[in-house]
Design a binder for this molecule. Structure first.
Ligand SMILES: C[S@@+](CC[C@H](N)C(=O)[O-])C[C@H]1O[C@@H](n2cnc3c(N)ncnc32)[C@H](O)[C@@H]1O
Length: 180
């Protein structure tokens, strides 16, 4: 899928509601690494409260965002390998980790723990369900609450896992985790 198509698909959606939830767990001015900034809508909201580093595995998205935000801190980073020596108070993503296989999601959470400061928070949203499908060459892996709990609970304390509505009723899940 091309960048323009992705940006069109995301029109009308952003992480306003999710970031309000995050604020209950994460003090203002904390450092946040966002995985998969895409068009950068969430990053723009996060920047109002936090010291944000944006990342994506696609250089095209980063270059686009950089054009309008030349002073922002951006990293080319794959959510699976998380190859960075830097540490953050929080790692955030909104509808990114469903692009990983289930095996790679497990790896990603292990690597995220390494990139968090002690007691750091991971906050992610994913699509809810049990399907695995490919659309326009992109993988979409859906999860149920119990499965996400199982995947994350060895490295993190689960502070919250809730369903919410994005396009349809109860089609999404957010999770708030604290590194053990
Ligand atoms: C739905 S967009 C995220 C939109 C973003 N939350 C916003 O506010 O605009 C998903 C993004 O995840 C990125 N992505 C997909 N696989 C990734 C991976 N393995 N590591 C990092 N980013 C990835 C894509 O390049 C895309 O930019």
């Amino acid at each position: 899928m091309g960048v323009d198509q992705y940006i069109k698909m995301a029109e009308g959606y952003d992480g306003t509601v999710l970031i309000k939830v995050l604020q209950k767990y994460l003090p203002a001015d904390s450092t946040v690494l966002e995985l998969g900034i895409g068009p950068g809508k969430d990053m723009t909201i996060l920047k109002k409260s936090y010291a944000v580093t944006g990342s994506d595995s696609s250089k095209i998205f980063l270059d686009r965002f950089m054009e309008k935000n030349p002073h922002d801190d951006l990293l080319l980073l794959d959510a699976i390998t998380m190859e960075t020596d830097r540490k953050f108070d929080c790692i955030y993503s909104n509808k990114v980790l469903h692009h990983l296989t289930k095996e790679n999601l497990v790896k990603s959470f292990q690597m995220q723990k390494e990139a968090l400061n002690p007691n750091g928070i991971a906050f992610h949203s994913l699509w809810k369900g049990s399907k695995v499908e490919e659309m326009e060459d992109l993988l979409f892996t859906y999860y149920e609450v119990d499965e996400l709990r199982k995947i994350t609970e060895c490295d993190f304390d689960v502070l919250a896992i809730e369903t919410y509505d994005e396009i349809e009723d109860d089609d999404s899940i957010y999770l708030v985790l604290r590194a053990k």
